[in-house]
Design a protein around this ligand. Sequence first.
Ligand SMILES: [Zn+2]
Length: 134
Amino acid sequence: MLILTCPYCGVAAEETELHPGGEAHLTRHGPGSTDADFEWYLFARRNPKGVHFERWRHLYGCGKWFLAARDTVTLQVFGTYPAQSKYPPREIIAAIRADRPDWVPHWDEITGDSAPGVGNDPAPNPTPARDSFA
Ligand SMILES: [Zn+2]
């Protein structure tokens, strides 16, 4: 069974207490964007066999949305983090790289640019300053 720890209330919740919200870190495209970008935003989703970043809601707990990095095959969880994060925290990227040396992030496909902190570039804290929980 999949167990994810809610980064807001700290509860280790079983899958039945959570609601999936699909792929995380989507770039939202609206009016004024190209048809291809809008189509990608509306319909295209990654469904990898391996490391994946997802949105989850702690439905039967605090009710907040958060993000999780996990392996879709083994259900190994690399970490959870606030939904307002533009990119996964460094420690989660490090945990993935430690366990999956061949893993290659697909940030360019998701965000249209390179994520700081992925690779050799130092990154600012991806968690917005208004998130004071720890
Ligand atoms: Zn919670």
